[in-house]
Design a protein around this ligand. Structure first.
Ligand code: B4P
Length: 196
């Protein structure tokens, strides 16, 4: 199974990917997690990405494409993967097509989580409040002002990705407004039907 999970920030891509990892036994390739790990480790990519991510902007395509190209070559990604948060621009989508073509493999599905923007803000505010209540550091990009920038980046650069895959007939749209369990059962039943 080779999947992409698309959707605006806070739509639940990371939440749903974690569940799909358990169901299908394939790894979650989250560019957000990979970039946060690079920042935490203080690597050259992390040093470059930190200020951009803290401000809610997109990290340059060549950086993100480079980390995905490396990760996709690892042994655990051979039988499949869930791309979470990638591609986020048309240039990234084009680069992914080339990567897959060079490996002679195809995507099985592109799942888009559709969530209204007001709900996204509520979820991110809730995550920040719960993190603070646990006494843990809150993600800088979950700050309400930074979140506005993330939504603007999504509307400017990433919203065009779903029509890109829709044109190729590979897009599955899922109502992401419902509970985590309801969203995951709809994704799972839709993906299970692909095998029939
Ligand atoms: P990401 O880490 O991808 O962050 P995200 O879009 O906010 O997360 P996601 O949609 O996964 O939401 P989540 O499940 O956590 O990106 C962070 C930054 O990294 C970007 O701004 C950018 O700077 C950089 N970056 C990453 N990829 C890049 C790329 N390809 N190119 C350039 N830059 C890139 O859910 C959010 C909250 O909602 C959680 O608290 C969750 O519990 C809750 N929730 C989820 N589903 C719910 C539901 N159904 N009901 C109620 N609550 C729900």
């Amino acid at each position: 199974m080779r999947l992409i999970l698309l959707g605006p920030p806070g739509a639940g891509k990371g939440t749903q990917s974690a569940r799909l990892v358990k169901r299908y036994g394939i790894p979650q390739l989250s560019t957000g997690d990979m970039l946060r790990a690079a920042v935490a480790a203080g690597t050259p990519i992390g040093l470059q990405a930190k200020a951009i991510m803290d401000a809610g902007n997109l990290v340059p395509d060549e950086v993100v494409v480079g980390i995905v190209a490396e990760r996709i070559e690892e042994a655990d990604a051979r039988k499949g993967f869930i791309l979470d948060g990638f591609p986020r621009t048309i240039a990234q989508a084009d680069a992914l097509e080339k990567m897959l073509a060079s490996k002679g493999v195809k995507l099985d599905a592109v799942v888009e989580l559709k969530v209204d923007q007001s709900k996204l803000t509520d979820r991110i505010t809730k995550r920040a409040d719960e993190t603070r209540a646990r006494g843990e550091p809150v993600r800088k990009d979950d700050d309400p002002e930074v979140f506005k920038t993330r939504l603007a980046a999504y509307n400017r650069d990433t919203a065009v990705i779903s029509p890109y895959y829709k044109a190729g007939g590979r897009l599955i749209e899922i109502d992401g407004m419902r509970s985590i369990d309801e969203v995951s059962s709809e994704i799972e039943s839709t993906l299970d039907r692909l095998d029939e």
